[in-house]
Design a protein around this ligand. Structure first.
Ligand SMILES: NC(=O)c1ccc[n+]([C@@H]2O[C@H](COP(=O)([O-])OP(=O)(O)OC[C@H]3O[C@@H](n4cnc5c(N)ncnc54)[C@H](OP(=O)(O)O)[C@@H]3O)[C@@H](O)[C@H]2O)c1
Length: 318
């Protein structure tokens, strides 16, 4: 599908991933991209969804809007994470179908995988167990939307696709320690500990779990490619295929941010899923996606962005 002159609605297009995707789409010549903001279109409200689709008459909907966060935010708000994510997606898919949208791109999450999925995670294993408890309400809400798009394809021939990105990181990530994911949280903690001259930095968990990370611009490129080249609702992993333990990640970020003190792990805090690493074969075969930015380089770019973005705001010397 040539997206350039299509009317495209990108929900969540002002968020972390969304702003990179919108920039990429516009840079590729897409001249009718609309980003609804939650203050004007609250996607948990059916009337707002009807109004959005009626006003914009999109040919393509890319659904990124969601309530997202790290383990702490998920543990504090499991009901809200389930209810809002399910409601937004379910209503948006239904009304997109009813209003004749030609393609619906659903951005799901790796948190939908079972807690003990064999590594590397293959899409066929998605249904073989219950997700890790701390993010199960979020992961299950998004998982049901996969089924919704499959059912709408089967019953109505509606063209929806399901992408499952791994943990993302990069410039414009959320660095609020109450709600952030692991990489921005560690960058901020290390940078602040360095500035205060702390001798010890405490990090949640045992350090043993592994994670895979994808640089946000790679994720935006994957969504763009899939929106153009892929037309089937079976879920597709979007990742880098690189696995790293949390302990090794902390050491890498400490080194890159210049924190030289001791790193102390706090095993009384939850670890989350034991291992995460994706089989990325399907994305390569179906829409020719492969990650390009390796973790050390992506971290350098993210840290550089963070250091330059926060200094004026927080009044540090240049
Ligand atoms: N970040 C990751 O590591 C990661 C990994 C895998 C998958 N994903 C998925 O990628 C998508 C984007 O994540 P992100 O990290 O970019 O999130 P984000 O920065 O928190 O952005 C979320 C966006 O959702 C919009 N939104 C939230 N509630 C809304 C509502 N009720 N009505 C309308 N819009 C609403 C917000 O719009 P306003 O700014 O207008 O309020 C915001 O722009 C999500 O679907 C997430 O599940 C993210």
């Amino acid at each position: 599908m040539d997206l350039r002159h299509k009317r495209i609605v990108v929900t969540g297009g002002s968020g972390f991933l969304g702003r990179h995707l919108v920039q990429r789409l516009r840079g590729a010549g897409c001249d009718k991209v609309f980003v609804p903001r939650s203050a004007e279109f609250d996607l948990t409200q059916e009337d707002d969804i009807r109004r959005l689709l009626g006003q914009q008459r999109p040919e393509v909907v890319i659904h990124l809007a969601a309530l997202v966060g790290g383990i702490g935010a998920n543990r504090a708000n499991p009901a809200t994470f389930l209810y809002k994510n399910l409601l937004m997606g379910a209503q948006l898919i239904e009304h997109s179908y009813r209003s004749g949208v030609g393609k619906f791109v659903m951005v799901g999450t790796i948190c939908s995988y079972p807690k003990f999925t064999p590594v590397p995670f293959k899409e066929e294993d998605l249904w073989n167990g219950y997700p890790e408890e701390t993010n199960a309400p979020y992961g299950l809400a998004k998982k049901l939307l996969i089924v919704q798009l499959q059912a709408y394809k089967q019953q109505f021939g509606f063209n929806g696709i399901n992408l499952l990105p791994v943990n993302l990181y990069g410039p414009h990530d959320n660095f609020d320690l109450q709600t952030s994911h692991v990489i921005p949280a560690l960058i901020r903690k290390c940078a602040e500990a360095r500035e205060r001259g702390d001798r010890v930095l405490t990090v949640w968990g045992t350090g043993k779990p592994t994670r895979e990370f994808l640089y946000v611009e790679d994720a935006a490129r994957a969504i763009h490619l899939a929106a153009q080249k892929h037309d089937s609702p079976e879920p597709v992993n979007v990742g880098s295929g690189d696995e790293i333990s949390i302990a090794a990640l902390v050491r890498l970020i400490a080194q890159k941010t210049g924190f030289q003190g001791e790193i102390r792990l706090d095993p009384s805090q939850p670890d989350g899923q034991p291992r995460r690493c994706l089989d990325t074969t399907r994305a390569r075969q179906l829409f020719d996606f492969q990650a390009e930015v390796r973790l050390p380089e992506g971290l350098d770019r993210t840290i550089a962005w963070y250091e330059s973005a926060r200094k004026p705001a927080q009044g540090h010397a240049a």
